[in-house]
Design a protein around this ligand. Sequence first.
Ligand code: MN
Ligand code: MN
Length: 470
Amino acid sequence: MTETKAPTLAQQKKEELFLQRTNGYDVLTQEDREAMERYCTAYKHFLDEGKTERECVSYAVALAQQAGFRPLERGAVLNPGDKVYRSNRGKGLMLAVIGSKPLSQGAAIAAAHIDSPRLDLKQNPLYEEKELAYCKTHYYGGIKKYQWTTIPLALHGLVVLRDGTQVPIRIGEEPGDPQFTVGDLLPHLAADQGKKTMGDIVKAEQLNLFVGSVPLGEKGESDRVKLGVLDLLHEKYGMVEEDFLSAELMAVPAAKAVDIGLDRSVIGAYGQDDRVCAFACLQALLDLEGTPETTAVCVLADKEEVGSLGVTGMQSAAFDVFMSDLCQAQGVPLKSCYESALCLSADVTAAYDPNFADAYESRNSAYFNYGVCISKYTGARGKSGASDASAELVGRLRRLFAQHGVLWQLAELGKTDQGGGGTVACYLANRNIDTIDAGVPVLSMHAPFETTAKLDCYMTYKAMTALYHS
Ligand code: MN
Ligand code: MN
């Protein structure tokens, strides 16, 4: 038997003065556990349905319509409690629930991105070599190229035919579908390859997608395998080789989202950066009951992985136009909404990886199961590229999260001079909107199979719910 001793003075002082870090499983209620599982089941479904930004938008629009959202029309009268959305060219999505307070008192904005690293097909992709047919790819986003070889890939996208017909493509997702792959050299012959550095082990121009090997036509004729592949594409989709020029096709990992670990505490899937936060922002908005005080806005942006540029990226005026259309309905100048708004830039951060401890600074790292991660700043080296939120803003979030029972941690991405990364935060902050990064810690970020902890996914949903109630 052990006696319960009274805490020492030092223990009491530590309790009072030290920063307490909490493993979420030490505080999670049974009710929260069940809600977490339900939430993560819906999230895994979102991942399987949305492997490209276009598919994410289609799926999110369907969910939003079910929840009573309607397309925002310019000049429409908007009342508190109204739910509206606008698709940005089918690749980005903005949604809002109008609050009881006027937009001159700001908005609560959650901004995530729905594009993920992948292998895009080049515009003239299809070729045959030694009677094997391949498609040339151009990688999108920051990848370790070797990781994209020898895994099953699916082909997703859109082809615009000569007559303007739009043909959606999704091959490799249904049971029985064929899939695709990029090859790697056998270890038996990899003596030279083994001496190369990471970026050269597999070169960009070796990321060629195998698509077929059965010849069509008579022995001795040229390009018979390429012809066989084109014939199949023509039969199924009505496309000819020239139609690749007006297509966006992408090879993405074919694997589905699954539970990882005997205790099922982790989710493994492609594209969790940043669909894990996108789903949290979206689901929290769809779940809002009644009329929030502050207008709640969810932005799902494209092109973050390549700099947030372009008409569907976070730097595009599409967001300002959406917000000014909301403001116009209340006769509020956009600038007064922005200057009072609060934005959580919802993007993932690196979780501490004990297998690669050298890359991390353990005192300022994010950990699995310690909740949603706030990053005061991102960037590289001397915070280059960071929007660096203020102490006041972090203070405001501390109070908000405490009020709503959100388990959170604050961290930066790895060792100071080891690398770095950016998010959409700076593009919202540039608009005169108070913005801070908040998201899920991820292991193996940008790999074809990324992992996240269910507890952190759920806490990020709770964080977005808290934001919408701010
Ligand atoms: Mn991201
Ligand atoms: Mn990323």
